[in-house]
Design a protein around this ligand. Sequence first.
Ligand code: COS
Length: 389
Amino acid sequence: MAGSELFPLSEEHESIRQAARNFAQKEIAPLAAEFDESGEFPIKTIMKMGELGFMGIEVPEEYGGAGMDTLAYVLALEEICKVDAAHGTIMSVNNSLFCNGIMKFGSEAQKQKYVLPVASGKAVGAYSLTEPMSGSDAGTMRSRAIRQGDDYILNGRKSWVTSGPVADYLVLFTMTDPEKKHRGITAFLRNSDKSGFVRGKKEPKLGIRASATSEILFEDYHCPIEDRLGEEGEGFKIAMAVLDAGRIGIAAQALGIAEAAYEASVAYAKEREAFGSKIGEFQGISFKIADMKTRIEASRLLVYNAALAKERGKKTGERFTQEAAMAKLFASETAMFAAHTAVQIHGGIGYSKELPVERYFRDAKITEIYEGTSEIQRLVISRTELGIR
Ligand code: COS
């Protein structure tokens, strides 16, 4: 089904969806459990996805991307995440947190130097906002950049950097003027091969295990002024605007996980017998299926709506903060609900590593946490509605 009659898909959208589905089934599905177990970063499949344009779907072709729109991005990401959310996490960071931010706020030289290799799958990008003592309250970071001639000297510790153990380049947010609080934050682009870029401890995680996550430290890292993204003090707004786009990606990821959990449940309910009937014939199971399906279709509308709002914003300059927050909030809670229900429907075998259902359950949880917790999404939505800042 093309999602919904409210969102009839063009031929171009159908074709990217099909391409992502085929790739995921053929190249990722056979490896997903293995990568989940080992926690190894799936560099080969990520590079192949880059060759197909999946690492920069909205990036124009001259910068190494596929030159498509946000709906195309969401459709492709949903298909990848339906098979493996860890590949989807890496894809979403490269697309929405790395390439998207530089395309929006970067100079021509920065687009050539940083977007081109990442969008074409020759390098991996990352986004680094969080610190050990600064998560949801993103404006309170302690890392520092001090201007020295034509360089900035960066010192500090960043945590929870997705793709941190392997990233070639990083969009990084740090304080240049602590007195000004969030208005004293500046964004920089950093190269992992320069001295002072130190990869810290790798996080052992519950889910999305193959999307390696680590701390990144910077110790007297010299960042030339041409690697500053935007102006001094613009970093917080850049971080928030980039996260608006990122949240649409996480919502699409959640939708993919929910669909996978749902499809596994329907198949199992049709096949498994108990008390002389297929278990799907019992209301205890069939009503669960009804609730999953309804929440998934509602999520789909919110996710595609947010993608269209972002697309409109490219022309009007309007923000899509609220649409993105609503999509992420609802889709991530739906993913958790669907995965939890899928394990319950499967019973013992759902708890076993023999089936991917327990992986969907572990992977779903992060969508309620990263790129803004569900509580932060509720804050963003309610502040807009109530006119509170
Ligand atoms: N786009 C552009 N600008 C934005 C913005 C957005 N989505 N959201 C806020 N801003 C701007 C505001 O307009 C304001 O600008 P001025 O300085 O000109 O007044 C400024 O940023 C500060 O906004 P606000 O007062 O709302 O900031 P708060 O510190 O109160 O809180 C929240 C902002 C809580 C919404 C923000 O810190 C947040 O999203 N936190 C979660 C961070 C996160 O997702 N972390 C995960 C990291 S990635 S794994």
